[in-house]
Design a protein around this ligand. Sequence first.
Ligand code: ZN
Length: 138
Amino acid sequence: MKKIEHIGIAVKDIEASNNLFQKLLGVANYKVEEVLSESVTTSFFKAGPNKIELLAATNEDSPIAKYIKKRGEGIHHIAFEVSNITAEIARLKAEGFVILNEIPKKGADNKLVAFVHPKSANGVLVELCQEIKQETTK
Ligand code: ZN
C-alpha cells in the first residue's frame, strides 16, 4: 500500500457538514459526487496533502444510513492508495482478511475500490483504492 488516500467520515446532513468542515479546515470542498451503487453523496476536502471524504446516505438502504443508525456519525473508513488493486486484494485474501467485494467497483473520485471487512481488521473498515487511468474509463 502506498499511503492513506483519504479518511471517510459518515455524516447525516451533507450540507451542514460541508459548512462545518469548511470552518474546521479553512477550505471549501472541491468536489461533490453521488455514488449511485452505494446510495451515497460524497464531498471531498483537501487539508494540505490529505483528503477527507464526507459520506451521507441518499436513501434508507444506504450502507451509510445503516452505519449511522448503528454507530452514529464519525470516522467510517480509512482508504489506502494501491497501485494494483487486484494484486492487493489477492495478497490480503491470502493473509486471511475478509474482502467485502473481491471484484473492484467504481467508487467516487475516479477510483476503483474494494473494502476489507472491519471484523478482520480490528474494527476498521479499510478501503483500497486505485486511480482509474484515463484510457481505461472509455
Ligand atoms: Zn472512501
